[in-house]
Design a protein. Structure first.
Length: 123
């Protein structure tokens, strides 16, 4: 993993944690998804775009993952999680909307771990 990929990974995981905390507080208060939640999710998605670019650069010049196709599928899946959960969270006007958005951020964190496993030499 390149230095840029490491930095972007840390930033994205921190943003995912922010989304989880914001949506958790909102769910505990029995409130629907609001602007700060969506803003943090949008920042996370922006970070994911940078992460995707860094991983593509890793594919081009760095060590190859065990399965390039699997790595690409995980990267595409990671890019889709937040927009889908944001739409579902907005549609659900109860406390479960923020729960869905927060769950999406947790899924992104798990996908980061899985992508790292696919890319590591020990798989």
């Amino acid at each position: 993993m390149s230095g840029l990929t490491t930095i972007v990974t840390i930033v994205c995981l921190a943003l995912a944690l922010v989304v989880v905390v914001l949506t958790g507080v909102r769910a505990l208060r029995d409130q629907p998804v609001a602007g700060p939640d969506l803003g943090a999710a949008a920042l996370l998605e922006l970070g994911l775009v940078v992460y995707l670019a860094a991983r593509i650069a890793d594919l081009v010049r760095g060590p190859q993952p065990h399965s390039v196709a699997l790595a690409v599928l995980y990267l595409v899946g990671t890019m889709l999680v937040m927009p889908v959960t944001a739409l579902l969270g907005i549609a659900e006007k109860s406390r479960w909307g923020p729960v869905v958005l927060g769950a999406g951020a947790i899924v992104v964190s798990v996908l980061f771990a899985r992508i790292d496993q696919v890319w590591s030499p020990h798989g």
